[in-house]
Design a protein around this ligand. Structure first.
Ligand SMILES: NC(=O)c1ccc[n+]([C@@H]2O[C@H](COP(=O)([O-])OP(=O)(O)OC[C@H]3O[C@@H](n4cnc5c(N)ncnc54)[C@H](O)[C@@H]3O)[C@@H](O)[C@H]2O)c1
Length: 337
């Protein structure tokens, strides 16, 4: 039995807390920056976005972060990407050297282009038992109901990835390992942007053909960026790559896809975000993706079109049509790219 502290009592943090307690029998502590959220979870044993989940007894709800992290074997970052740096800063000084850090948030930091594990490492240094990105096609709504799910634990530290695999695996939750942490994180951040584009196409009334084209060409776009950043091309064929992209572009649980549908129907990005009511990480990751595109001279047509749609400089229908019909540069017009 291990002590696992989960930072962030949103949809994913809560679903993981319930699974790790009930299925795996760990000592689980759940922390949130919003004390009312913890009070409500502890009182009702339910999360408003996780239908059918009743939280098991024994989860400790703790609003003081240093106390929550004390003696933890694993600390899981499950806060939205925008809060990862400030949360890492809060635990940096009191972190135990043996604690393994697990990031499940998906995003890229605006201004630095860092992945979230890089942001965490930037704040806490290397004085820990390893940093692991845990990422894949894993909607919290399904994990909360015990539905079969597979995920990737990626780290440069093989022992840390294997420890996550051992302690987080269960009867319905299968954990694979991978050493290309940066590639796995790029997949997780970028697929949300492509899912917004797929949603926009759906919102415009386009069908499965357009969506399949967006998924496939979107994967090429993600791979292009990742390879330019030094990641292995094979990473993008993994569960956390094509697997997560497919689920995010297709599933009714995807809030990025849902936000895209609303934008396709004429909502502004702000209105869509408000309507979805939960983290829409594709919108948060977009500025960093554009910065990386420029810095590395990598063409990211979906990202640029989405940015123009959001700024109102490109009509939404025009954007989808231009992506399908535009004159492509020879090096990215081959289906093999
Ligand atoms: N929901 C999923 O199925 C799922 C699956 C895999 C990964 N993720 C990733 O996990 C991360 C969290 O997503 P979610 O779905 O749980 O989000 P959510 O929208 O359900 O929860 C948002 C949470 O943010 C937290 N928060 C608000 N202000 C904060 C602050 N100042 N500091 C720290 N935390 C604050 C609150 O606890 C709130 O519950 C995202 O990066 C998401 O991409 C989600």
């Amino acid at each position: 039995m291990k002590k696992i502290t989960i930072l962030g009592a949103g949809t994913w943090g809560t679903a993981l807390a319930a699974m790790l307690k009930k299925e795996n029998g760990h000592d689980v502590v759940l922390w949130s920056a919003i004390p009312n959220e913890l009070d409500e979870l502890s009182r009702s044993k339910k999360h408003p976005n996780l239908e059918g989940l009743v939280l098991p007894d024994g989860i400790i709800f703790e609003s003081e972060i240093t106390q929550a992290c004390r003696g933890a074997d694993f600390i899981v970052f499950a806060v939205p990407s925008l809060y990862v740096r400030e949360t890492a800063k809060k635990i940096a000084l009191s972190l135990d050297e043996k604690t393994i850090i697990v990031d499940v948030a998906k995003g890229l930091e605006k201004g630095t282009g860092m992945t979230l594990c890089e942001v965490i490492e930037d704040e806490i240094g290397r004085k820990n038992g390893g940093i692991v990105a845990l990422s894949g096609p894993t909607h919290a709504e399904e994990v909360a109901l015990g539905m079969p799910t597979a995920i990737v634990a990626a780290s440069e530290n093989a022992e840390a990835a294997e420890a996550v695999q051992r302690e987080f695996s269960g009867s319905f939750f299968r954990v694979y390992t991978n050493s290309d942490i940066k590639g796995i994180e790029i997949c997780g951040a970028m697929k949300n942007i492509i899912a917004i584009c797929a949603g926009i196409s759906t919102g415009l009334g386009y069908g499965d053909n357009a969506r399949a084209a967006i998924v496939t060409r979107g994967m090429a776009e993600i791979t292009r960026l990742g390879v330019a950043m030094g990641c292995s091309g094979r990473t993008f064929e993994s569960l956390a790559g094509i697997g997560d992209l497919v689920v995010t572009c297709m599933s009714r649980h995807s809030r990025n896809h849902r936000a895209g549908v609303l934008i396709g129907k004429g909502y502004s990005a702000e209105e869509a975000k408000k309507e979805v009511g939960m983290a829409v990480e594709g919108l948060n990751a977009l500025p960093a993706a554009l910065e990386l595109s420029e810095r590395l001279c990598v063409e990211l047509p979906f990202c640029h079109a989405l940015s123009e749609v959001i700024m109102g400089t490109l009509d939404v229908k025009e954007a989808v049509n231009s992506l399908m019909l535009r004159a492509l540069k020879p090096e990215i017009s081959s289906d093999k790219q």
